[in-house]
Design a protein around this ligand. Structure first.
Ligand code: AR6
Length: 175
């Protein structure tokens, strides 16, 4: 657990669909109509209500975020964001930064006190994990400057390696 500008930052290893918090973030694609990875897991666990709401949203641009309720999940909301597909010869870090920032902003507007993130873009979209975790932490830290309602941010990592990476990064950042 880390404290930064009154926000608690927590890192856990596990499945984001099981979390009890106000908002969980989905690493979706531009259609918002479902897919594999964490997106597939959220839609499977949350049920068809989420997809029904997603259909009305008209998709989502990379770096932007949209919100639905969370169906059968324990969370209140799912914030659907779209991270960039990694490209070696093109800097897409700002889009990944925006995906985190805009997800925080939208959850905050909905009075969420807690929000949980997966490691956006680091699966199918191929973003290198270390670089992606730096961007994630920077974005969340920057958001704390304008934050109104969020008290806790949880990074949910699916693998032991990812979990360790985030622990190391956060320890270094908070020094
Ligand atoms: N809980 C937490 N993290 C998870 C879970 C889970 N249940 N399942 C996977 N992860 P990815 P992307 C981790 O591929 O790279 C979809 O098809 C996973 O280990 O889900 O942003 C969308 O529709 C990885 O570290 O998302 C898009 O088309 C991280 O979540 C595309 O994939 C992100 O991996 C988005 O790709």
């Amino acid at each position: 657990m880390f404290k930064y500008n009154n926000i608690t930052i927590e890192i856990i290893k596990g499945d984001i669909t099981k979390l009890e918090c106000d908002a969980i973030v989905n690493a979706a694609n531009k259609t918002l109509l479902g897919g594999g990875g964490v997106d597939g897991a959220i839609h499977r666990a949350g049920g068809s209500k989420i997809l029904e709401e997603c259909r009305k949203l008209g998709g989502c641009q990379t770096g932007e975020a949209k919100i639905t309720t969370a169906g059968r999940l324990k969370a209140k909301y799912v914030v659907h964001t779209v991270g960039p597909v990694y490209k070696k010869n093109e800097d897409r870090s700002e889009l990944l930064y925006n995906a985190y920032y805009n997800s925080m902003k939208l959850a905050d507007e909905y009075n969420a006190k807690s929000i949980a993130f997966p490691a956006i873009s680091t699966g199918v979209y191929g973003y290198p994990k270390s670089e992606a975790s730096d961007i994630a932490v920077k974005s969340v830290k920057d958001y704390t400057k304008i934050n109104k309602n969020i008290e806790k941010v949880t990074f949910v990592l699916f693998s032991e390696d990812d979990y360790r990476l985030y622990c190391t990064k956060l320890e270094n950042y908070m020094k």
